[in-house]
Ligand binder design. Sequence first.
Ligand SMILES: O=C(O)CC1=CCC(=O)O1
Length: 268
Amino acid sequence: MQFASINGVTLHYQLIGAPEGKPILVFANSLGTDLRIWRDVILRLVGDFAVVTYDMRGHGLSDLGTPPYSINDHVDDLAGLLDYLEVKSAVICGLSVGGLVAQGLYAARPDLVRALILCDTAHKIGTAETWAARIAAVKKDGIASIADNIFKLWFTPAFHAQRGEELAGYRNMLVRQPTDGYTGTCAALSGADFTAAAGRIAVPTICIVGDQDGSTPPDLVLQLAKLIPRSRYEVIKDAAHIPCVEQPEALSAVMRAFIDEFQLGEKS
Ligand SMILES: O=C(O)CC1=CCC(=O)O1
């Protein structure tokens, strides 16, 4: 296991493969998950890249810091981690809030971003009201009290019917996140709006979404793609909000095609 103290917060991360001579692919997780969600995608891409994954503050084995957070707290953590690892420029793949962090990283530190893979995310996710209601529910009754509803957003009915063991494991992942880390990140989501910034993105970008995503549905992700000049848009079949878990083969194939189109698999 690897840990780094970034902005006074211990972050859990994994660097897989040697960065020297290889392009770097960085993965940022979604609300209520940790770096383990990327495993089956990483296995399909790791030969050609060095890979960095990490647990956002308040999630996984990373410190809590001082919640509630702003999206810039998460952005500063990722920038700090890349500086710590002496990564000069990387392909940043972010899922949901991780995609907002990726957009924020580009806005704050474009030097660190060679390309963006924005997965099941948007320029703005939810409203102040929906996040306030979720924060209140979790503070009152805990994450477990909302888990069934969250899982309808995360996974398709087919996943629920056929992949019960994984469902149970991912439920453990969700309910074991620190309550303050989870609600702290809901606050960050509430305040994050990259609508104006999206039009200034000038690196190769692809927006990807599961066809049954109940959290950031295809229409919303298409709106994001339309805001970003020359970006690509792809829909993953038979997936909801977490295609890296539900359809890793299809997601990595889309990522691979994007990587090849822009020759991102070659060291810049
Ligand atoms: O509601 C969820 O759990 C889905 C989600 C919204 C933002 C995020 O990161 O995940």
